[in-house]
Design a protein around this ligand. Structure first.
Ligand SMILES: *Cc1c(COP(=O)(O)O)cnc(C)c1O
Length: 366
């Protein structure tokens, strides 16, 4: 059996450090916004090359609170991609704004920036690019668009921790970067968690209040906030893994490049495309194949997991279809029919990758 991700193997490799850290945290009993959350925020700011980070309860909450702090509200439009996880668009709706979905580039699966410009109206307040599957969006173009039209940029970095463009980390280009520490993400905790990065001291201060009941000073509340803090025990685990994130991402790239070298030779399979703009950290390894379902069945028969990210683009989801009626986004629709994500995680062995390639080669070549 080869799973999509093997969290157990990574835990066993880190067991002593994590177990000792958690036991010390239990003894310390500073469970809410304790010393490890603070230390993790500092270590993340350093790693990401930003002035501030604010730990929150999840990636979804990172997006939600960042949109509030950016002043996005009812009546505003936020342009984003149709080819992403629902949370990206949910957060836009939480603040009463309207997600405006654009199509994607057929090679990188990232939002089409020409269509993004065409989608700008007088109600547009922000662009929300998603660095999908770990490949950075062309942020130079996004920033110049945003500047010309006076728009905020909030980056969804849930899949791109450690991805960068020429050494500048995703999440440090826009007003805010939003990260998820869902267990299967490149930097994953053992439960939910998230983080917002920003270079704005004012935004960071606002986010610290928003995550903690709108309290700028204890028991003083100037606005309605949330209970949306990063958990101290998660911070202990995340600190252990943050030290190793570059190594984890390099191993994801090793797996991806091994897949791609072999799969490029198999007719009918299009391996994922690196556009060379940024450093791809392969949260997912997603290929295209017209006979995708046959390949998935063959893998399943051999005890190999695979997944379809994403089977339904957001403009066609039941919850959004009425608002988006008539919107054709043909690239997203085609990709959702042809995409197949293969197992990828830092500990995946070359021999396992070769076995997966072998099964795919056999089903395609008959
Ligand atoms: C995982 C994910 C989120 C949400 O993160 P959670 O921590 O699960 O709330 C948001 N956007 C994208 C693109 C994601 O992959």
């Amino acid at each position: 059996m080869i799973p999509m991700v093997d969290l157990k193997q990574q835990y066993l490799d880190l067991k002593e450090e994590i177990d000792n850290g958690l036991l010390a945290g239990l003894e310390e009993t500073k469970f809410i916004l304790g010393p490890n959350v603070r230390a993790f925020e500092e270590e993340c700011a350093e790693y990401l090359g930003v002035a501030h980070t604010v730990g929150v309860a999840s990636g979804t909450e990172a997006l939600h609170l960042a949109l509030i702090a950016a002043g996005i509200e009812e009546g505003d439009e936020v342009i984003t991609t149709a080819f992403t996880f629902i949370a990206t668009a949910e957060a836009i709706r939480y603040v009463g704004a309207t997600p405006v979905f654009v199509d994607i580039d057929p090679h990188t699966f990232n939002m089409d920036l020409k269509q993004t410009e065409e989608a700008i109206t007088e109600r547009t307040r922000a662009i929300l690019p998603v660095h999908i599957f770990g490949q950075p969006v062309d942020m130079t173009t996004v920033l110049s668009l945003a500047e010309r039209h006076d728009l905020r940029v909030i980056e969804d970095c849930a899949q791109s921790f450690g991805a960068h463009i020429g050494g500048t980390q995703t999440g440090s280009f826009g007003l805010a970067g939003c990260y998820s520490f869902f267990p299967s993400k490149n930097l994953g905790g053992y439960g939910d968690g998230g983080l917002v990065s920003t270079n704005s001291a004012g935004l960071a201060e606002h986010l610290r209040a928003l995550r903690n009941h709108g309290s700028w000073k204890q028991y003083h509340h100037s606005e309605i906030g949330f209970n949306s803090r990063l958990d101290e025990l998660q911070a202990i685990i995340l600190r252990v893994k943050l030290k190793r994130i570059d190594n984890y991402n390099e191993n994801r790239r090793r797996v991806a490049h091994r897949y791609s070298a072999a799969l490029a030779e198999i007719p009918g399979i299009t391996p994922p495309h690196e556009d060379g703009i940024g450093h791809h950290v392969y949260h997912q390894y997603t290929l295209l194949a017209e006979n995708r379902d046959t390949i998935q069945q063959a893998l399943r028969d051999q005890g190999i997991a695979s997944a379809i990210y994403y089977p339904i683009p957001l403009h066609n989801q039941e919850v959004f279809v009425d608002a988006c009626r008539g919107l054709p986004l043909p690239v997203s629709e085609r990709i959702s029919q042809q995409c197949l994500s293969l197992p990828i995680f830092p500990e995946l062995k070359d021999s396992q990758v070769d076995r997966i390639i072998d099964v795919i080669g056999k089903v395609v070549n008959g």
